[in-house]
Design a protein around this ligand. Structure first.
Ligand code: ATP
Length: 448
């Protein structure tokens, strides 16, 4: 499907792509690296950093991490910076640029589309590649809706048409949702990920990435995040899928993964690209009332714990919350998040909390984090009361049968039991999942 005319060269050209891979293999970040290579061959410069933009993590038809990609092209100006290496040659990025002339723009986009199709898993189920190109800014709502809700393709199509965007798709048009959202991202709270790729002959074979070198990089560089989980000992930089990625280093500054990548001991790196990302931004989370968290949506809900937590088979913990409007939210803390079920198990009715997470098709709210705002007083288990006459500690007469003084034989009912106020096991504060159970978009928080 072809829609719109190639940008007429009013400004630099944004190109967004999505849906190029399938569960059998491929990776849209790698396809973007192919486009960077094609741009060099076409004599078109990269302006700024390429973008890796994560979208609604609950979309049932995503392949893996719901990633969409975008990059800006033109005639580069200013001091260039190295943001990758492909085929042994640097990928340069320019801080600003001017438009490419219209003929070159058409040629570049045609080449980009051909290269994208060649690099995509076209023909495999679930692969519907899309390329969106525009030299006019797209509305930020295209990003916010795609990261927080389920978006209808015709709605996106209408907006792209109104903006004169150039659209190419193969298969269904679904990929335009992600491709346009990646262009529309306004880069609030960016982080960076340097992705190193494997040589093609190794794709699908076990990865060789030395965990100790990753852990050392993390301890030496505090601006890296979610690279390893000290609690589970898992190294988080290498995927477990047959995709071309060898490892990805995430940083809160671009210099952090750039400095650490050469220290990672691994099999040969075929190419690498530094992406600007929305990972760790929490952009999918919006403060909502419980009833406004829709199916496949996410949110942050403030409320009061309404029921005692129940531990389910597998170690997951379920508890109820009622929000300020009186609407109920059934929360689930998954066992793999480690911290969250431990915290949830200690909740008492009346505790004030803020919970964040998301829903699949059912009503259960799967927790991504919890803040304990105000806690009811915790009391110890019941102790026998002291005898008021002789000050001896009484003895229990059995379950619900009360107490008796061993000296004077006076009796007390079960309600006379003494409960002392104790400190809560988890105090007021914010609790995040263990790093290996955090989502790409999850709010950044301290790592153990
Ligand atoms: P990977 O992370 O491995 O690159 P993926 O998980 O991004 O793959 P895709 O194969 O790209 O999965 O499929 C996701 C599809 O869902 C794309 O077509 C994208 O346009 C679409 N999509 C993304 N977010 C939304 C949304 N909020 N509403 C509707 N469709 C969406």
């Amino acid at each position: 499907m072809v829609r719109g005319l190639p940008p007429r060269g009013r400004g630099t050209i944004w190109v967004g792509i999505d849906d190029t891979d399938s569960p059998l293999g491929g990776c849209t970040t790698w396809v973007l690296s192919e486009l960077l290579d094609e741009a060099r061959a076409a004599g078109v410069d990269l302006i700024g950093e390429p973008r890796l933009v994560r979208l609604n993590p609950n979309i049932p038809w995503k392949t893996r991490g719901n990633a969409a990609l975008a990059a800006r092209f033109g005639v580069g100006r200013g001091r260039r910076r190295r943001v990758g290496e492909i085929g042994g040659t640097p990928v340069w990025s320019y801080p600003t640029g001017r438009r490419v002339d219209p003929g070159a723009a058409v040629d570049w986009l045609n080449r980009a589309w051909v290269r994208l199709l060649a690099a995509s898993r076209t023909g495999e189920s679930g692969t519907d590649p899309a390329l969106v190109a525009t030299d006019r800014p797209l509305p930020a709502s295209l990003y916010w809706n795609a990261v927080r809700d389920v978006v209808e393709v015709p709605d996106v199509r209408r907006i792209l048409e109104a903006h004169g965007a150039f659209v190419r798709t193969s298969g269904s048009d679904r990929g335009i949702v992600g491709a346009s959202a990646a262009i529309a991202w306004r880069e609030s709270h960016p982080t960076w990920e340097l992705i190193a790729y494997r040589t093609p002959e190794r794709w699908g074979r076990p990865r060789l990435v030395d965990g100790d070198s990753v852990r050392r990089a993390m301890s030496e560089n505090p601006d890296l995040f979610l690279c390893a989980d000290p609690r589970t000992r898992r190294v988080l930089v290498a995927p477990h899928t047959p995709c071309p990625i060898l490892f990805g280093l995430r940083g809160t500054r671009p210099g952090a993964p750039l400095a650490s990548a050469p220290t990672i001991r691994s099999e040969p790196v075929d190419r690498w690209v530094l992406f600007r990302t929305n990972q760790g931004s929490g952009d999918h989370l919006k403060v909502r009332a419980a009833r406004d968290v829709s199916a496949f949506g996410s949110g942050i809900v403030r409320g009061t714990v309404a029921s005692l937590p129940v531990t389910l088979p597998g170690g997951h913990v379920r508890f109820g919350v009622v929000d300020t409007a009186g609407a109920a939210l059934l929360c689930l803390a998954f066992e793999p998040t480690k911290t969250l079920p431990r915290v949830a198990r200690t909740l008492l009715p009346g505790d004030r909390v803020r919970v964040w997470g998301s829903r699949a098709s059912g009503p259960t709210f799967r927790l991504e984090g919890i803040e304990l705002l105000r806690l009811e007083a915790r009391r110890s288990s019941p102790h026998p009361p002291k005898c008021t006459a002789c000050r001896r500690t009484s003895r229990s007469l059995g379950h619900l049968r009360g107490y008796r003084c061993p000296d004077c034989r006076r009796k007390w009912p079960p309600e006379a039991a003494v409960r002392t106020v104790t400190a809560p096991s988890f105090g007021v504060g914010v609790y995040h999942p263990t790093p290996s159970a955090r989502r790409h978009l999850a709010l950044r928080g301290p790592e153990p």
